[in-house]
Design a binder for this molecule. Structure first.
Ligand code: ZN
Length: 247
């Protein structure tokens, strides 16, 4: 699904583009290769590859950027890497988990016990070509992205600021409407948002690309400020852990 000349969505449960367990999978394309934002659940990787093929034809060059460890974003990394041969780039926090295929640490084992994910879903080990740290500027397939570590949704969550496009890839940290990704897991914490969201203040965001729900090409900063203002007032913003139907 083409969104702009440089931005596409090639996987998503909510837009019906791939498996019902997939987050939004964005594809960015300039002159160089294709930058894939997140890998989905691995349950719909065939449809993601087909969507990529339909949009771009030539899939000889690309990179897969994984925003955080959760199964709907990361479990597809191994299968997409195997099928496309594209390198995996993720943070130094997420890399060990992808390299080992740790189904406990990513939350897959517990989610399967709770019935949220099917038993056949797997976190297969996959090599990581590059592991970045907070503040690193990544030059990937013609795009420059600054990696910003914002704890709160998970301890390893990163967002990515693309100043050339006034675009923030917000993953599961902050969503349209100022909804935050606070969930009931061991490493999701309001304290992470209290300290982390402030790092997004001052970014002149127009395009906001969350991992679920609505995205927008204009006025993205409004949604970030809304969440930040509520946190600063000592409130807990609307969050996915309260059953918000964003996933
Ligand atoms: Zn997540």
């Amino acid at each position: 699904m083409r969104i702009t000349p440089w931005l596409y969505m090639v996987g998503s449960r909510q837009f019906g583009l791939s498996s019902r367990y997939d987050c939004h999978v964005y594809a960015m394309k300039r002159d160089a290769g294709i930058l894939l934002i997140d890998a989905g659940s691995g349950m719909g990787h065939g449809r993601i590859v087909q969507n990529l093929r339909d949009e771009f034809g030539d899939l000889s060059r690309g990179t897969i950027l994984v925003t955080h460890k959760h199964p709907d974003h990361a479990c597809g990394a191994a299968r997409l890497h195997e099928e496309l041969g594209w390198p995996i780039v993720t943070s130094s926090h997420t890399a060990p988990l992808l390299i080992s295929g740790d189904e406990d640490d990513c939350g897959l084992a517990e989610a399967q016990r709770l019935g949220s994910y099917p038993p056949e879903m797997r976190m297969d080990a996959v090599p990581v070509a590059r592991a970045f740290a907070d503040g690193d500027v990544l030059a990937l397939e013609g795009f420059d992205l600054t990696a910003i570590h914002v704890r709160g949704h998970s301890a390893d969550s990163f967002v990515f600021w693309m100043p050339g496009f006034q675009c923030l890839v917000s993953a599961d940290v902050v969503f349209y409407g100022g909804v935050i990704g606070l969930i009931n897991t061991a490493d999701s914490s309001m304290n992470g948002f209290r300290t982390g969201l402030a790092k997004l203040e001052g970014l002149d965001v127009e395009c906001l690309l969350p991992g679920h729900g609505m995205f927008t090409l204009e006025g993205g900063g409004f949604h970030i400020r809304k969440a930040l203002e509520e946190v600063r007032k000592g409130l807990i913003p609307r969050c996915v852990g309260q059953g918000d139907l964003i996933f």
